[in-house]
Design a protein around this ligand. Structure first.
Ligand SMILES: [Zn+2]
Ligand SMILES: [Zn+2]
Length: 105
């Protein structure tokens, strides 16, 4: 498998490429429903992933190059917001089910 088809974080094949920016939009929408104050923090955080947007596979939504899988992105976001989410944390896992349950514990 060509290196560019693998996630730079977990080294797994990116089978359902959705770039951090598109995922961020989804998560933002979800967050805005119950805690809009977390949105700026999410945006700041997503900026980190700009480093992984060259020479990868194309996002199925916007076509942008990307090299991080949805699982890694959502897992990081989940860990970032876990405490603030409180009882909604479970809901996050269900809404962004990129195999997060596998590791969330
Ligand atoms: Zn990954
Ligand atoms: Zn995209």
């Amino acid at each position: 498998m060509p290196q560019k088809e693998k996630c730079v974080i977990c080294q797994e094949a990116i089978t359902n490429p959705i770039c951090p920016e598109c995922l961020q939009r989804e998560v933002e929408h979800w967050l805005a429903d119950f805690n809009p104050s977390l949105v700026p923090k999410l945006r700041d955080y997503t900026g980190i992933f700009d480093a992984y947007t060259q020479d990868g596979v194309n996002c199925i939504i916007c076509g942008r190059d990307m090299r991080v899988c949805a699982h890694c992105f959502c897992k990081d976001v989940y860990q970032l917001f876990r405490e603030q989410l409180g009882e909604r944390a479970e809901d996050f896992l269900l809404s962004f089910d990129f195999e997060l349950n596998r590791e969330a514990g």
